[in-house]
Design a protein around this ligand. Structure first.
Ligand code: MN
Length: 284
């Protein structure tokens, strides 16, 4: 099932180019008191939610083009980033002073992972609002894995059992010398969408084409088979340091072709089998 969040926090079941309002299925979630349990509660109760959402009729479906898409995951406790996780992106980073800033660029097994502030997260319809426009602000298309249940020191063999599904992500980045978590946590610099596809619809997250265009010009095109740390290894690695909770997002890293965007640009990012996000860029 493809599940989106739209307009004023409605939840939708996506069928082709239409969205069916299944917000009433949220009634299966438990009521809450402070302090709320860690994790996104829709994802934590995904099986019950999907069962209820599947029963909603499609008589009042709307066109996807008429709704305002928000991030399908509302409450991740963590957004995890994977630095330099494609070999050809390592090559371009080493060749481009606008990326490396005189640092010796290494790969993910040297850096470990980084965190992006959850306050940086938006949906595709909210757009990206650039700051520090005298510096390079780059696009990075990424496959996003959504964690489905609490994961503490999980092995790569069992890692995919902990995935609820997948989305398309933009890991927007202002280039510079500051730590990644700072440069990549500006408000609107994490775009997630257009919806969340449950894991049963993705046979192999290690064989997905991904691409990104800016104003219809192709900038990035690759396949997740080129990941240095694949999705199971990323889950094993992340959960060896911190517990993952339902709705936590792992942005798996970007392939070669990163480059700058400016106000007025339109980014389109696609991961095959999941969908495409269209994102307008403006100045903050
Ligand atoms: Mn990235």
């Amino acid at each position: 099932m493809k599940i989106c969040r739209y307009d004023d926090n409605r939840v939708g079941r996506v069928e082709g180019d239409r969205v069916v309002d299944v917000t009433d299925a949220l009634a299966v979630l438990p009521g809450q008191r402070w302090p709320v349990p860690p994790g996104d509660q829709l994802i934590a109760h995904l099986d019950e939610f999907v069962a209820a959402a599947a029963k909603v009729g499609d008589s009042a479906a709307r066109s996807l083009g008429d709704v305002r898409l928000l991030s399908p995951i509302a409450n991740p406790t963590k957004i995890i980033g994977a630095p330099v996780n494609y070999a050809k992106h390592l090559d371009e980073s080493r060749e481009d002073k606008g990326i490396h800033f005189d640092r010796d660029i290494k790969t993910i097994d040297y850096y470990g992972l980084f965190l992006k502030a959850s306050s940086s997260m938006v949906g595709p319809s909210e757009g990206v609002a650039l700051r520090f426009t005298d510096r390079r602000n780059d696009h990075e298309v990424e496959l996003v894995a959504v964690i489905g249940k609490k994961a503490d020191r999980v092995s790569r063999e069992e890692a995919l059992d902990y995935v609820a599904g997948y989305s398309v992500g933009l890991d927007m980045t202002v280039r510079g010398t500051e730590a990644r978590s700072f440069r990549k946590s500006i408000d609107t610099y994490t775009v997630i969408g257009p919806w969340f596809v449950t894991a049963d619809e993705i046979t192999d997250p290690g064989q997905l084409d991904l691409e990104l265009t800016v104003n219809d010009e192709l900038r990035q095109r690759s396949n997740t088979s080129y990941l240095i740390f694949d999705v199971p290894r990323l889950i094993e690695y992340a959960s060896s340091f911190y517990t993952l909770y339902p709705g936590d997002l792992i942005m798996t890293g970007t392939p070669e072709g990163v480059g700058p965007v400016r106000a007025g640009d339109t980014i389109n990012a696609t991961v095959a089998g999941i969908g495409s996000i269209t994102v307008d860029v403006r100045n903050a």
